[in-house]
Design a protein around this ligand. Structure first.
Ligand SMILES: NC(=O)c1ccc[n+]([C@@H]2O[C@H](COP(=O)([O-])OP(=O)(O)OC[C@H]3O[C@@H](n4cnc5c(N)ncnc54)[C@H](O)[C@@H]3O)[C@@H](O)[C@H]2O)c1
Ligand SMILES: O=c1ccn([C@@H]2O[C@H](COP(=O)(O)OP(=O)(O)O[C@H]3O[C@H](CO)[C@H](O)[C@H](O)[C@H]3O)[C@@H](O)[C@H]2O)c(=O)[nH]1
Length: 337
């Protein structure tokens, strides 16, 4: 009984593969390494380098391994890029999932966990946002995820598949032992930028908008530690194996922190000062995005362990320090070669 993880060499995928491997699960990964890193997979986890929508590759992997469940992370994740290249995003997020589901149905793989996003809600009418809130994505990225959610629902209804769609809120932090973390060059996530500033890799951090009608004028987000999120995938898998009905679940802690509070947390845990510059609002930003978490807490046996902004910031910082020294060392090495 093996779990196929697509995009398992990426940020969230690699933390989930680690959690599964540590729990003794057999895992195989398909990843095209477009933004992932093979080095972040635990020893012994087979990696098939290729497209998760390549049906021949999928058939080959399934023929070699006894796949019982699929966790589908592979996709393109940068909202502004999706505005510039909508067709690329619909292909890599929607068409890839369509091909993967086609093979899953043909091969009778009956359990599917899908990485979706809070971006499907667009600007919410109510906060915290429940899963039944209207879905009005503001970007091709959000639309491509919502279309995949709808397709998965229809496929499950037609072929008797069980699925859990997980709508992640703002994923942050790194493995508490700093074995893996977010390594994408040019990542745009707030906490990543803040720890890059704290490690001296950036001269400053911009705060996009300080005139929102929030207590300190900056946007508010619900940050979830990537290790807690990886455990939510394990819990979702256990839920499906126990016969749980298909469902869609918000993944957050249900608590919001402002952009300024988040930057302050990085300053506190790092003990380092860096420049913070107030900048205009970033187009397309949602003001406040906080999850209603009652459904995930009620349905899954999931107990978050790192629901604390300073802990998330500290883990992100420890990983960034390690990454910076590794990359810096590599550069020195290359320069002297
Ligand atoms: N990071 C977040 O805050 C966030 C929030 C909501 C949802 N998500 C979703 O979670 C998933 C993982 O995101 P992440 O932050 O780990 O990003 P990531 O870029 O680190 O991971 C994506 C992985 O998928 C691989 N990949 C991309 N397209 C592929 C393809 N066609 N075939 C095979 N491999 C492919 C990449 O090489 C990478 O390893 C994505 O589906 C993303 O939309 C992420
Ligand atoms: O240098 C920065 C970077 C970000 N921000 C602000 O910080 C907040 C969070 O921004 P991120 O880019 O870190 O995250 P988003 O909330 O825009 O989006 C993230 O969370 C979404 C769900 O809410 C989607 O899942 C999406 O894929 C994922 O990138 C926003 O108000 C943004 O304007 C800054 O002020 N300065």
């Amino acid at each position: 009984m093996t779990v196929l993880v697509t995009g398992g060499a990426g940020y969230i995928g690699s933390h989930t593969v680690l959690a599964l491997a540590e729990a003794g699960e057999d895992v195989v990964v398909i990843d095209d390494l477009s933004t992932g890193f093979s080095a972040y997979l635990p020893e012994g986890v087979p990696l098939f380098i290729g497209d998760a929508g390549d049906e021949n590759l999928l058939e080959g992997v399934i023929a070699q391994h006894n796949i019982e469940s699929i966790i589908h992370f592979a996709g393109s994740v940068v909202v502004p890029d999706s505005m510039r290249d909508p067709l690329g995003y619909y292909r890599n997020n929607f068409t890839t999932a369509r091909n993967l589901l086609n093979v899953a149905v043909k091969r009778g793989i009956g359990r599917f966990i899908f990485s979706s996003t809070a971006a499907v809600y667009g600007n919410p009418d109510q906060v915290p946002v429940p899963e039944h809130a209207p879905t009005r994505p503001l970007s091709p990225y959000g639309s491509s995820k919502l279309m995949t959610e709808i397709m998965l629902h229809d496929v499950a209804a037609a072929y008797g598949m069980q699925y859990v769609t997980l709508r992640y809120f703002n994923v942050a932090g790194a493995d508490p032992q700093a074995r893996i973390g977010l390594a994408t060059v040019g990542a745009t996530h707030l906490l990543k930028i803040a720890v890059e500033a704290a490690t001296g890799q950036r001269a400053k951090i911009d705060v996009f908008g300080t005139d929102y009608p929030t207590p300190d004028g900056s946007c508010i987000r619900d940050f979830i530690h990537v290790t807690d999120l990886s455990q939510a995938h394990r819990s979702a898998l256990a839920y499906l194996r126990n016969g749980g009905a298909s469902t869609t679940l918000n993944c957050g802690y249900g608590r919001g922190y402002s952009v300024l509070e988040t930057i302050d947390a990085v300053r506190r845990v790092s003990g380092r000062s860096f420049a913070v510059q107030y900048a205009p609002r970033r187009p397309g930003d949602i003001m406040t995005m906080v999850a209603d978490t009652s459904r995930i807490r009620g349905l899954l046996d999931w107990k978050p362990q790192y629901d604390d902004l300073e802990t998330i910031a500290a883990h992100a910082l420890a990983w960034e320090d390690k990454l910076f020294h590794e990359r810096h060392g590599e550069l020195r090495h290359a320069a002297s070669a």
